[in-house]
Design a binder for this molecule. Structure first.
Ligand SMILES: [Zn+2]
Length: 385
């Protein structure tokens, strides 16, 4: 599995797990750089000796790489190991969190283009946003570009590493929007267009996929078997399996909104009835939670739980998922809603699978897609996954 991602240009088609094996000759130096940076990102600070042990590289190679990376303001020395050991204490090295920043953009809220400047560790240092006023097509692209320009003007003394964009719709690994219904984008070279006008490396991917990725990069989740369902304007999911982000041959893996969730049901925007989107949406969840009345609606809760589980249980079983996460920036997945979904899953899954399944709400809140866009920049520019 290892090495594949780097050979395909570091795009999100490769392994997402921390690389552990040494590279084949040829792109060895690039690979080893990624290996050192990934190790520091996830386990730093480390001494050079620790890094050599962790990566399997020689101490000489590690020292050379650290010198090179320090010169590029990507790593820095952070002091000495304090614990008493035999021999002289090793100087600790870590990711240089102030040397570079990333501009990140979230276009998944169709009312507002939201952006942030974040450190490599995901700390927000500046924000910018623009109302979309229902813009579509080229007009929406200009709004994205203006928001990105605002962000790049706020990077301060740190060097921008690039721009990451979380977009609704289906995107190819090189950031072309195949289609995004909300913005009437079809075959739009989103990343390439923004890169040309901004003079920065740009990477773009589906927002739901990026929320799942952020869970791995910034919230310590495993990439062994995780599905993150985004309860945002559009209903989508991202799936991490065996260390890979699933994209599929049409890059549309995780597009679960129009899977039939019940027989009959309400009419859907796609022209059919009873799609998951008609049950797991803002209006229905507000009703279930009794937002207006102050009392939960047990009938609606039950319907949400049953219909959601009817779609999610087969996916959980087919992929043997252990984490089912809901990205819930609007606070719709209340404990009552989660309990109803859990109940529905219990009725459909084998007890052993249910026992291993962790159903929860993401702790990353409204910034999950922004952080995921940061993960994408880290992966594309530094090979850090
Ligand atoms: Zn539908």
């Amino acid at each position: 599995m290892s090495g594949d991602g780097a050979q395909r240009g570091g795009r999100l088609t490769g392994p997402l797990l921390r690389p552990t094996a040494k590279a084949v000759p040829g792109d060895a130096r690039t690979h080893n750089r990624s290996l050192v940076l990934s190790s520091l990102f996830h386990r730093g600070p480390l001494s050079r000796a620790d890094l050599a042990r962790t990566t399997g590289l020689t101490r000489v190679t590690v020292s050379d790489l650290i010198t090179e990376l320090a010169g590029q303001a990507l790593v820095q020395e952070t002091g000495s190991k304090t614990e008493a050991r035999v021999g002289k204490p090793g100087t600790l090295v870590d990711i240089d969190s102030d040397g570079h920043v990333m501009a990140v953009l979230d276009l998944s809220d169709t009312a507002t283009a939201r952006g942030a400047v974040i450190t490599l560790r995901g700390t927000v240092v500046a924000r910018a946003e623009q109302p979309t006023n229902g813009a579509t097509g080229q007009a929406m692209l200009r709004i994205a570009q203006r928001t990105a320009e605002q962000l790049l003007a706020q990077t301060g003394p740190a060097k921008p590493l690039g721009l990451g964009v979380a977009s609704p719709g289906v995107l190819t690994p090189d950031g072309q929007v195949v289609y995004a219904k909300d913005y009437q984008w079809n075959n739009l070279p989103l990343a390439a267009g923004l890169a040309a006008s901004l003079g920065q490396p740009v990477a773009a991917a589906n927002d739901a996929n990026l929320r799942a990725l952020a869970e791995f990069t910034y919230a310590g989740a495993s990439a062994e078997g995780l599905m993150e369902v985004s309860l945002t304007d559009g209903l989508g999911a991202g799936i991490l399996l065996d260390g890979f982000m699933l994209l599929g041959p049409s890059n549309a893996a995780g597009e679960i909104g129009h899977i039939p969730a019940m027989v009959g049901g309400d009419p859907c925007s796609c022209g059919r009835r009873g799609c998951l989107e008609t049950v797991l949406n803002r209006e229905v969840l507000r009703k279930a939670n009794g937002t207006a009345s102050g009392m939960t609606d047990k009938t609606v809760l039950k319907r949400v739980g049953t219909a959601t589980a009817a779609v999610l249980a087969p996916i959980v079983s087919a992929f043997n998922l252990s984490d089912l996460v809901f990205a819930d920036p609007r606070g719709l997945a209340t404990p009552d809603v989660l309990a109803a979904i859990r109940q529905g899953l219990e009725e459909r899954l084998l007890p052993q699978i249910m026992a291993d399944l962790n159903v929860r709400v993401s702790q990353l809140g409204a910034d999950a897609a922004l952080l995921g866009a940061g993960s994408l920049v880290l992966a594309n520019q530094l090979g850090v996954t």
